[in-house]
Design a protein around this ligand. Structure first.
Ligand code: ADP
Length: 508
């Protein structure tokens, strides 16, 4: 295990539970790859550490090979071997950790949702740091994400900096404060953290359940930089309503906390080069978009009788956060208004999955509605390309990527004004907003009336102002949603934190 080459830029290591396209559940996976690639292009050395899941898309990993050394890491009073694999994903070097633990932590056929997730990911967080230490790596920044790798922050300062892995500043990004990984305080000891020391109100103790520890809180307290994925969401989570119990912690650490809007991977999401599409197209050549719409209708068995009938798309995890009742309502309302609706979604919540299976069956052979209840990357690209409008009626939305992808594919977003949607979707009728940035239809109140109003305005615009609609679509396709400017914000935060540490060190 050789230490990484010196590079003119920073040496940044992401430790994460997801990475698109090989191990993706949601937006987190897209962010790790999109931010990583952009920072690499800017001249930084970027490496990723992931668990070696059995259910990854292995065909997206190039030159995957096992290193001929193993890394021994501590868990539950014993030492376990980890096999380390290395490969390249989207041009980024990735290390995959395969624990040789009898519980087969990442051999479960799914990424999350196991009874022992706390153990699985606290094990992984520790093994990742152990790997960095034993490999002699000296990163400038260790960037961890969400509760699954939040353990990295306390582990680093309590155990690994004293062992000599002390070159780094820790950045933690919370992609969704709904998921905090809270567990009984005694569970923390498994990965070697001192449960008693950490189960204190100013450390990892959960703010409501005092016999529990909260990994996200721990990462807020112990990291040098804390970010979330949009400026509006960063404001919302500092209030009692939005903070899911962590608003007071975020307020006491507000100096190191900020919201940076995610970008999208504009190479992966590019209608001009997208191999998943029937026909590629661009803002200057919109015929291709019409052909994708026709192909989708044929493939899904929807009526092609009226090619002017608007097609509304929705691609989402079906969880309460996403406003499932409003999605359901929008399906029926779209039909009443003479549109077509395609939903691609899947749900980890059994009763929601059942409910949508019922609706899917009801419309099984319907000429205007189709529900496809699974995860399907290829179909998602086809739906972005085929749809005229795209709904995102979220109750809360840390950033949301689908509104940006939709715009890049010429599908006009209809979104609730919350979190990152509020920072990226601007109503075409909102006169207080400069005309050049107006790009969609928004509503504020998360009820049927709210979404009806926005849907109706979108349908009227589509039907009655053909030329303006076309201009809106073309304008949206040309918006820069790349990671460039957001990655620069991260670069600035990293650099500031590093120079602060150097200044402190030279004062001591
Ligand atoms: P979240 O991270 O909360 O799920 P985001 O909007 O940040 O929501 O990211 C969602 C990402 O997952 C997008 O890239 C979207 O295209 C993708 N996605 C969601 N559901 C599906 C699905 N059923 N099939 C394919 N892709 C999906």
């Amino acid at each position: 295990l050789a230490s990484s080459q010196a590079s003119p830029g920073l040496y940044i290591v992401h430790i994460a539970a997801e990475m698109a396209p090989v191990a993706k559940v949601g937006g987190l996976g897209d962010v790790v790859t999109g931010l990583g690639k952009t920072l690499q292009k800017k001249g930084h050395l970027v490496e990723i550490i992931l668990p070696k899941y059995d259910c990854m898309q292995y065909d997206g990993i190039y030159d995957l090979r096992a290193l001929d050394v193993t890394v021994e890491s501590y868990f539950d009073g014993k030492l376990f071997q980890n096999k380390i694999w290395v490969g390249t994903v989207e041009g980024l070097p990735v290390y995959f950790i395969e624990p040789h633990h009898p519980n087969k932590f990442f051999w479960r056929g799914q990424y999350y949702g196991e009874h022992d997730d706390f153990k699985r990911f606290s094990f992984f967080s520790r093994a990742a740091l152990e790997f960095l230490l034993q490999a002699g790596k000296k990163p400038d920044i260790i960037h961890c994400h969400d509760w699954q790798t939040a353990f990295v922050a306390p582990l680093y300062w309590d155990l690994y900096a004293p062992k000599g892995l002390n070159s780094a500043r820790i950045c933690f990004t919370c992609h969704n404060f709904e998921y905090q990984g809270t567990a009984s305080a005694s569970e923390l000891a498994s990965c070697g953290l001192d449960a008693q020391e950490l189960n204190r109100p100013d450390r990892m103790q959960d703010n409501t359940a005092h016999d529990s520890v909260n990994p996200v809180k721990g990462a807020i307290v112990f990291s040098n930089i804390v970010t979330t994925v949009s400026p509006t969401y960063a404001e919302e989570v500092r209030t009692a309503e939005g903070g899911k119990g962590l608003h007071s912690t975020l307020n006491s650490h507000s100096r190191k906390f900020m919201g940076i809007l995610n970008g999208i991977d504009t190479d992966a999401w590019n209608p001009a080069t997208d191999n998943f599409l029937k026909v590629q197209y661009s803002a200057n050549d919109m015929q291709g978009k019409a052909e994708n719409k026709a192909a989708m209708r044929r493939n899904l068995g929807l009526s092609s009788a009226d090619d002017q009938r608007p097609l509304v798309g929705c691609i989402t995890r079906l969880v309460p956060q996403k406003g499932v009742h409003l999605i359901k309502h929008a399906i029926y309302r779209t039909l009443e208004m003479g549109g077509q609706f395609v939903l691609l979604g899947s749900s980890p919540v059994l009763h929601i999955q059942r409910e949508f299976e019922g609706i899917a069956n009801q419309f099984q052979n319907h000429e205007h509605i189709r529900l496809i209840l699974k995860y399907d990357e290829s179909l998602s690209h086809a739906i972005y390309a085929a749809s005229d409008m795209f709904i995102i009626p979220s109750i809360f939305e840390p950033c949301g990527l689908t509104q940006m992808i939709a715009m890049r594919y010429g599908s006009v977003p209809i979104a609730r004004k919350t979190g990152g949607l509020n920072d990226s979707v601007f109503d075409v009728n909102e006169e207080t907003i400069p005309n050049q940035i107006r790009n969609g239809f928004t509503f504020t109140t998360p009820d049927e009336q709210g979404i009806n109003g926005a849907l109706e305005r979108a349908f009227n615009f589509y039907k009655n102002n053909k030329e303006s609609w076309k201009q809106l679509v073309q304008k949206n396709m040309n918006i820069d949603f790349s990671w460039d400017s957001s990655a620069s914000r991260y670069e600035e935060l990293y650099a500031k934190s590093i120079s602060r540490a150097r200044a402190q060190a030279s004062n001591n």
